[in-house]
Design a protein around this ligand. Structure first.
Ligand code: G3P
Ligand code: CA
Length: 282
């Protein structure tokens, strides 16, 4: 039964097949080239640009709320009262984070792409993202630093369940959960073996252990997300042979997109989903 489920799921999330390869456009932190990462402006734009998936990096607050922010620390992207908007997310409450905004850093950093409307963007809760995009987006959610946030996986599954995106009767192919943490994904797999999980890979895997490593990953995951610099044709071929989809991160220029496509990947993370759509159309 699980084998049939995984075959169906792999087809929906872009596994290579003999017939036709459908490459998945995964908006990395939204269309984060053109709008501040992990804001509604960024995800709205990603969908306008034709993204198949919108990404969320998950952090947990001191009082257990799941919020979407890439860094463990607020310092790079949050602005507001220092007592609320500096330091580690996990040391702040959700009420404190509601006093922060995450748009003005982008305007200062990228004046050529700045827009006045970005100022005041809130730190989104995952709940608010699932509400806003219900029925019109697919969610590619990363558990960030889960070892520092015990219970993150359980909270995530409970939230997805409340939105009808996990558990009995949940549709297939609406959510992928990714992590650099194998332990986090194994925990999720133990909680619900039907979840689509992708293990992020930052370092090269030694050639003589590659097949064993990939088949071990296949026991709990449907795919791998290799860093662009560790991607090569052999990794793609061996991952496919093991039944894993391959979604490298993060590819932002058209030459690199074309190169990665020639390697046979099933999709990729990009800050520029509109550009990837144009490359795919060629
Ligand atoms: O999740 C793929 C990619 O986003 C991993 O890197 O640091 O951008 O979360 P990072
Ligand atoms: Ca990520």
């Amino acid at each position: 039964m699980r084998v049939l489920f995984v075959i169906a799921l792999a087809a929906m999330i872009g596994a290579a097949s003999g017939a036709q390869r459908v490459v998945q456009v995964i908006a990395h932190r939204g269309a984060s080239w053109d709008a501040p990462e992990h804001t509604f402006a960024s995800w709205d734009l990603a969908l306008d640009q034709g993204a198949d998936w919108i990404e969320q990096d998950l952090q947990m607050t001191r009082d257990g709320a799941l919020v979407v922010l890439h860094d463990d620390s607020l310092d790079r992207t949050a602005r507001g009262p220092a007592a609320d908007c500096r330091g580690l997310v996990r040391e702040r409450t959700l009420a404190a984070l509601r006093r922060c905004e995450v748009g003005s850093w982008f305007n200062a950093e990228f004046p050529q792409r700045a827009q006045a409307r970005f100022v005041g963007a809130v730190i989104p809760t995952l709940d608010s993202v699932l509400v806003r995009y219900a029925g019109r987006a697919r969610f590619y959610i990363e558990t960030k630093s889960p070892e520092a946030a015990p219970g993150m996986e359980d909270s995530l599954l409970a939230l997805l369940g409340r939105h009808g995106l996990a558990g009995a009767g949940a549709p297939t192919g609406r959510v992928i959960i990714q992590s650099f943490s194998r332990a986090s994904l194994e925990r999720l797999h133990a909680l619900d073996s039907t979840l689509a999980l992708v293990l992020l890979i930052e370092d090269p895997i030694a050639p003589d252990t590659l097949d064993a490593a990939l088949s071990a990953i296949r026991r709990f995951a449907v795919g791998i997300g290799p860093k662009r610099s560790v991607l090569n044709a052999r990794l793609v071929a061996r991952a496919h042979a093991a039944g894993l989809v391959v979604h490298p991160y993060t590819v932002n220029d058209s030459a690199a997109m074309a190169f990665v496509l020639r390697l046979g990947v099933d999709g990729m993370f990009t800050d520029r989903p509109g550009l990837l759509r144009r490359v795919l159309a060629r």
